[in-house]
Design a protein around this ligand. Sequence first.
Ligand code: ASP
Length: 359
Amino acid sequence: MKKLPLIFFILLIAFGCKPTSDKNYNTDIEQGTSTNQQEKINNFAIIIHGGAGTILKKNMSDEKEAEYAAKLEEAIKVGYTILKNGGTSQEAVMKTIQIMEESPLFNAGKGAVFTNEGSNELDASFMDGKTLNAGAVAGVTNVKSPIELAIKVMTDSDHVMLSGKGASIFAEEKGLEIVDPSYFFTERRFQSLQRIKDREKMELDHDDKTAAFYDADIKNAKFGTVGCVALDKNGNIAAGTSTGGMTNKRWGRIGDAPIIGSGTYANNKTCGVSSTGWGEYFIRNQVAYDISAQMEYKKIALKEATKDVIQNKLTALGGTGGVVALDKNGNMSFEFNTAGMYRASMNDKGELLVKIYKE
Ligand code: ASP
């Protein structure tokens, strides 16, 4: 009988004190890490998304899946290399997002979705976690890289957000690359607009049966924003987001992506966040800022904060989408309430994670 406490003690040592280094990198990001927030787990790190939505394996060909994965990997490795070589998180975020803006796969830059009038109106924002400085643009139609313009607004103007014509004039004055609006055209996104318009017409005609066939397809076509959060070797966090918004948007609709606190937020004291999803809900929930505020005021871990904001608060209002986030110690989190989110991360050991679906 006397031996019982001793056996119990040995068992406790054997199973209770598992070293954290045993933990799997992938599992940490997907399910959250219990790592103490005060402990630096990455000297630098980078996390990206290429949009969240009804992304299901059954609707995706192997070729398309490989194309998305390859582009996510190409983009994140650009940012990773900058950080590894001692570059700033600002540069890493910009260059990484530019790769995705230039790819027709994503709803940002080339490949942006169409407005109701058949044009492409681009939104983007950027925030620097060290200075809490920020820049944003909305409704831009002829600037090749909206994320670069958002950063220029931050660095070269007295303002935080510029829109439409004025934003284009500013871009020209600052020597940014101007393109013909047709540069953003892709047949795939144009057809998505036609399908949504057909669907709207069916609603007017009360043709419910045929309309139902269109719905899954339309849900898929709506999203695809890109975003990036990076932590550099100097401990500076930067976050950026770039998008074409939502297909069939009208009346100069602006979503969450260019709104600091909704689509993008960064603060060296807490974390950086980039959002994607149904923008109106992200604006109403101040999703990106709320994650940072919960960490600051409630002293909770990054994963706990992203989980609460997406799975509880956003979901309760009926919003759909997700975030990628990274804290000052290099903890990272993907959190979404949709079927999938194009996403990738890399830590300072060069470990890469690329994922599309929930599991
Ligand atoms: N959040 C974007 C918007 O509402 C769309 C998206 O992320 O897919 O404009």
